[in-house]
Design a protein around this ligand. Structure first.
Ligand code: DC
Length: 216
């Protein structure tokens, strides 16, 4: 078993950027689990699967999906979908389908295997609670709703696919409702996770605080 740094938090709290930099600093592998859920969402969307599909049919559909990472790229059945999964729609599909039992079961072992082989920084919604309950270190990154919407607004503009502030706020609220309100593996703050509010502190400072915690 490698060392696992498990990081959870709501959409837009800065988890991806912070986890990526942290992994680079420590020489750990990054496990971006949202990317896996997004790839599954994209697969199901392309197959025309509707949100109300039965569990049995969903499980059957998933049998044809192969998702994972290759040289830092997100792969879906041999295709590099790293860019295709970064749209608002793909995020919503991921958020909706990730509430479903067959989807969570499909990705669970793959995530745990990554932690068996390497030292990893694993980020998502249920890293600290379900996937790696015995992680070496646990963090919960948070920020205000407005702060997170502003971050989402800036990210989409930088990507060349701008959205309005209203859309960003709606996206964040919808995701919070679904990711925290679902029955299986909802987003919640683990009792033993270190809580960090990133609203008004810079990325470097968040990383410094995490690094301090690791050595203390
Ligand atoms: O972190 P992200 O925005 O890329 O994640 C997309 C969606 O995937 C998120 O809204 C909920 C789901 N997800 C999840 O349910 N569990 C995880 N560990 C990671 C993501």
């Amino acid at each position: 078993m490698g060392k696992v740094i498990a990081i959870d938090g709501p959409a837009g709290a800065g988890k991806s950027t912070i986890s990526k930099l942290l992994a680079e600093r420590l020489g750990f592998q990054l496990l971006d689990t949202g990317a896996l859920y997004r790839a599954v969402g994209l697969y199901l969307r392309r197959k025309g699967v509707s949100y109300d599909i039965s569990d049995a049919k969903l499980e059957h559909e998933l049998a044809g999906a192969s998702v994972g990472f290759e040289n830092g790229k997100v792969m879906l059945n041999g295709e590099d979908v790293s860019a295709a999964i970064r749209t608002v729609e793909a995020g919503n599909d991921a958020s909706v389908f990730s509430a479903r039992k067959p989807v969570r079961a499909f990705l669970l072992q793959m995530q745990r295997d990554a932690g068996m082989q390497n030292d990893i920084v694993a980020e998502g919604r249920d890293m600290t609670t379900v996937v790696f309950p015995d992680a070496w270190r646990k963090f919960f990154l948070d920020a205000t709703e407005t702060g997170r919407a502003e971050r989402r607004f800036r990210q989409m503009a930088e990507k060349g696919t701008p959205i309005t502030m209203d859309e960003a706020l709606r996206d964040i609220r919808d995701r919070d409702r679904r990711d925290s309100g679902r029955d299986i593996a909802p987003l919640r703050r683990a009792d033993d996770a270190v809580y960090l509010d990133t609203t008004s502190i810079g990325i470097e400072e968040v990383i410094d605080r995490i690094l301090e915690t690791l050595t203390s």
